[in-house]
Design a protein. Structure first.
Length: 513
């Protein structure tokens, strides 16, 4: 009968804990360079856009939590290849430590959900209690029997192995609140992961546009050096023909030296912006890499969408706003969790085991000893009711703290929304001014080119001074630099606006602006 009881109890425990092997893993991205749900654009680019509420899309993603974490992907750079901006972004997303760190945090937050899920399941433990005991007491004499005083000593041991199971049945929503907190934290982790990729896209694009502007400046300054050398050659020729004086030649040499000085500074800026681009990609600044020029595409004359409409449609897409909203939900659940700690808990408990022991008795009044061994099978099942009564006001204080944190999180959300709207306004204004500057530079460039060509022709015919030619050339090059910088700034401003509105989600976006 005892053996049968043990089998029934053990079978019940195993059946109750069988669900431990079937846990639902909270969805995350499968690796550090793939978005949640493996979203892609029509061209195959990984798309790190966010829905209006990421929690609505969480169940659509698969997960590879059980697999070994991939090691950092090393990208081989071909020094003979010319890399476009989408390719630079793709490399950065696979090599940047920030994206992998954000992915690992998202995975850790997803595993935290499993920690809470485990509290819904029975907890099984194997226990062994072993001990040794000696008890001794004096015994009175029995004169009638001729027995004097003495001491009775009992010595024994006991070993009690058992299996115990405890299953929390009811806790007034404490576990549900903890689960909501963990799920919101997992959502924040996924949002932060997508946001990290969006920031990498933005940083690489911005560095690329600045590098493009620096290269354009270097190219223009090289042309300025060639023009200065040509001007020096003309001045020397006029001197040989007796049409110029040595002061003009000296002035031409000064112009050449200044052009060479400006070229040196431009080359230095190009090197620094190239190093900044490599850093934004997570590569060594010394990486030997060829980068494609910024293609000369037509820019729109004005921002296509009104500002009010842009703000209204963009706030829900920003990762920081979605993350702040998830934190608000988590802090509200924390209030429920703390409140539930003041309420009773009901748990089912069961235990099955065996008590093995032995006792040895020795009485000094007698010459011998006696011993006894015993083995008992034990099984118990019941319900435990726990009700917290007094803790010095700890729970009340914790509940007030949780409510204050929830209110603070709500205010943080409002502040982040206001800052986001301000960032959109600033990026919108920057794009508008950049477009205006680029548009205005066109007529300036044409006028500067015409002025220089006219001055050069007059100088060759002795009708203008070298200083006038030099001044017109400097003015032309300045306008060319302004136009190239305005062109790059416009793309950078458009990228900043896309980032501020939460639309900079894949590697193809910067080239489609």
């Amino acid at each position: 009968m005892r053996v049968k009881l043990h089998r029934i109890a053990f079978s019940a425990i195993c059946a109750a804990t069988a669900g431990c092997a079937q846990q639902t893993i909270h969805p995350t991205s499968p690796d550090a360079s793939t978005p949640l749900g493996s979203m892609q654009t029509a061209t195959g680019a990984m798309d790190f856009s966010l829905p209006a509420d990421l929690s609505l899309a969480g169940g659509q993603a698969s997960t590879l939590i059980g697999q070994q974490l991939p090691t950092e992907q090393l990208v081989a750079i071909d020094p003979e290849r010319i890399y476009t901006l989408p390719e630079l972004i793709d490399i950065a997303q696979r090599t940047k430590p920030a994206t992998r760190a954000a992915w690992l945090r998202a995975r850790e937050a997803a595993l935290a959900v499993n920690v809470v899920e485990a509290s819904y399941l029975p907890q099984l433990s194997a226990n062994v209690l072993a001990g040794y005991e000696t008890v001794s007491r004096p015994e009175q004499a029995i004169p009638e029997l001729g027995i004097g005083t003495g001491r009775l000593t009992a010595t024994g041991y006991q070993v009690i192995p058992n299996l115990a199971v405890e299953w929390l049945l009811f806790d007034f929503g404490a576990r549900d609140a903890a689960m909501e907190m963990a799920e919101q934290a997992a959502i924040v982790g996924n949002i932060a992961f997508h946001g990290a990729h969006q920031r990498v896209i933005f940083e690489v694009s911005e560095a690329y546009f600045q590098y493009s502007a620096a290269r354009a400046e270097t190219r223009i300054d090289r042309e300025r050096v060639e023009d200065a050398r040509t001007l020096l050659s003309v001045a020397e020729g006029r001197l040989r023909e007796g049409l110029a004086i040595r002061a003009e030649v000296a002035q031409a040499r000064q112009i050449e030296a200044r052009a060479q000085f400006d070229l040196t500074r431009a080359e230095s800026r190009e090197e620094s912006t190239q190093a900044a681009l490599m850093h934004a990609m997570g590569l060594s600044p010394a990486t030997d890499m060829q980068v494609a020029e910024l293609s000369d595409r037509r820019l729109p004359e004005e921002v296509p969408m009104p500002l009010e409409e842009l703000i209204e449609t963009s706030l829900a897409q920003r990762p920081d706003i979605q993350a702040a909203l998830a934190r608000v939900r988590a802090t509200r659940s924390e209030v429920d969790l703390v409140a539930a700690s003041s309420r009773p808990k009901i748990a089912a408990v069961a235990e099955v085991g065996r008590a093995i022991g032995g006792v040895s008795l020795r009485d000094s009044r007698f010459g011998g000893s006696a011993s006894m061994n015993r083995t008992l099978d034990e099984a118990i099942a019941g319900v435990v009711f726990t009700m917290p009564l007094f803790d010095g006001g700890l729970r009340q204080t914790q509940e007030r703290q949780a409510r204050i944190q929830a209110e603070a999180a709500q205010q943080d959300l409002l502040e982040i929304r206001n800052l986001a709207a301000q960032e959109i306004v600033e990026a919108y204004s920057l794009l508008h001014s950049s477009l205006a500057a680029y548009t205005a530079s066109g007529p300036l460039l044409e006028a500067g080119r015409e002025t220089y060509e006219t001055a050069l022709g007059l100088y060759e015919n002795g009708l203008a001074t070298l200083a006038e030619v030099s001044q017109s050339k400097i003015g032309l090059n300045d306008v060319r630099l302004l136009r190239e910088q305005a062109f790059a700034d416009t793309f950078a401003a458009a990228t900043a606006l896309a980032f501020a509105t939460g639309r900079l989600t894949n590697r193809d976006v910067p080239t489609q602006l």
